[in-house]
Structure formats: structure tokens, C-alpha cells
Design a protein around this ligand. Structure first.
Ligand SMILES: [Zn+2]
Length: 253
């Protein structure tokens, strides 16, 4: 069966002196491992189309009896230049790609994962990308994988929050209000709680996000640990340590 589909390359590694294996998230067929013969050569017809994080259109014959699929054509749709020009946005994109690669189910179509990742990468591909993008993607992917995080109410008294929560528990995914926290010390930082509140207040559908998210790094880390404690800690996300380095570099500027 010949398949033509949009595809986002998630990871690429050398297979021989001249070939690559590319693991890609395709819109039609989920995660597919492609063998790209001669892909390392300068005159390869695939050029940048299979560079990690590129959006392209690929044509391949799906052979169910083998794990590696031969790619026939790959045409670049968007190489995402502005995203690559930003060290931070590129590092975030790599973490998102790795999370999808490691945690998404294999061997099934993943149209929603494709749509979410493509949307987030497209938004990162701008010199004025909003700081909400990664946090929102973490919320959306948690939701998609069955771990909905309700930022709107206190998990103890179940009343709607009318101000930033007083504490957040990544293991259970709950926010609690000032009254329920009482005299106890909050474990979460004020910045994290304020950022989660902003995330809740600015409706995703309304399109334009403010550019700045309070306590951005803390919010992203809180949502990462929420996602990871629900999915399981078994698999290391290697690109996270690079993201930490980039955060240090960017905050030192
Ligand atoms: Zn409460």
C-alpha cells in the first residue's frame, strides 16, 4: 500500500556510512521508522526534508512485515527556520519530539498527537514566540493521554479557584486553595502558582497569548513532573538535560 502523508521527523541516526534511520510522526500512520538510503550524501534527493523537527510530505510503501519502511519521496513543507534560530525554542521542540517518540503508543495512527505537535512547532517558529507554548502543549498532551489536569478548581473542596492556588501537587495533579492549605507551608513556589493561574486565565482558543508567562521555567517543570509521574519515570528524556543547559545560558545573558 502506497501512503502519502505529512510527517514530522522526531529523531534521526546514522545507520551505515551513507544511510540514516529516521523516526517520524506521520499524520496517517503514527510513528514510522524510515530507512533513508544514501541520505547522508550531499546529492540526496531528500535534502532537509527529513531533518529532525521538519515538516514534510513523505511517500512510502507500508510493508507490515518489516519494522523499517523504505521512503520513496520526501518533500519539505516547512524547515522551521525561525525556530532553529532560537536556542531555547529548538531545545523545547526537541523535548516535545522526544516525549512523543518515547511515550506515544507505537503501531497505531496518532492524528491528535500530530496535530498538537505540529501546532506547537509552528508557533515556536516565530521570532516572537509566546512563552506559553511549551506549558500549553504539556497540558494538552497530558489531556490527550488521559491525565487531564484541572487548573480551575481546588482538588480538596472542589470549589472554583478565584485567585492563584495556594499549592500544587504534581504527583496527584491537584491545586489547592488558600482555605484548604490553612496554616501549612506550601511546597510549590509562588511563581509556579502564578504561572499556572495565567495559563488557566488566558483562553487557548482566543488565539493571541501574552508573550510572557510568570515563572515560566517553574511552570514547565511542574507540568513535566506532572506528566512524568502519571506516565511513569521509567524512560529518561535525554533532551531535558540540554534544555536545562540552554535555560542557564539564556538566563545568564
Ligand atoms: Zn479548597
Amino acid at each position: 500500500m502506497l501512503i502519502k502523508t505529512r510527517s514530522i521527523a522526531l529523531h534521526r541516526f546514522a545507520y551505515s556510512d551513507s544511510s540514516f534511520i529516521v523516526k517520524a510522526l506521520t499524520e496517517e500512520s503514527g510513528i514510522i521508522s524510515f530507512i533513508v538510503k544514501g541520505g547522508k550524501r550531499k546529492e540526496s534527493p531528500f535534502k532537509g526534508a527529513l531533518d529532525p523537527l521538519s515538516l514534510s510530505e513523505v511517500v512510502f510503501r507500508q510493508n507490515p512485515s518489516t519494522e523499517l519502511q523504505f521512503i520513496k519521496e520526501a518533500t519539505i513543507i516547512n524547515w522551521r527556520k525561525d525556530m532553529r534560530d532560537s536556542l531555547m525554542n529548538l531545545a523545547i521542540a526537541q523535548v516535545m519530539a522526544e516525549i512523543v517518540l518515547r511515550y506515544a503508543p507505537q503501531g497505531v495512527p496518532l492524528p491528535d498527537e500530530f496535530a498538537l505537535l505540529n501546532e506547537a512547532l509552528s508557533k515556536l517558529d516565530s521570532p516572537t514566540a509566546s512563552e506559553f507554548i511549551f506549558a500549553q502543549w504539556l497540558l494538552d498532551i497530558s489531556d490527550l493521554w488521559g491525565y487531564h489536569l484541572d487548573l480551575g478548581e481546588c482538588m480538596r473542596c472542589e470549589r472554583p479557584l478565584t485567585e492563584p492556588a495556594a499549592d500544587f501537587f504534581p504527583e496527584t495533579g491537584g491545586l489547592i486553595c488558600k482555605h484548604c492549605l490553612g496554616v501549612q507551608q506550601a511546597r510549590a513556589r509562588k511563581d509556579t502558582l502564578l504561572g499556572l493561574w495565567e495559563l488557566r486565565q488566558t483562553a487557548k482558543e482566543s488565539g493571541e497569548r501574552p508573550q510572557k508567562l510568570s515563572g515560566r521555567v517553574f511552570v514547565e517543570n511542574a507540568l513535566l513532573s506532572y506528566l512524568r509521574s502519571h506516565i511513569g519515570f521509567l524512560k529518561e528524556i535525554h533532551s531535558l538535560s540540554w534544555l536545562q543547559e540552554v535555560r542557564k545560558l539564556c538566563s545568564a545573558q
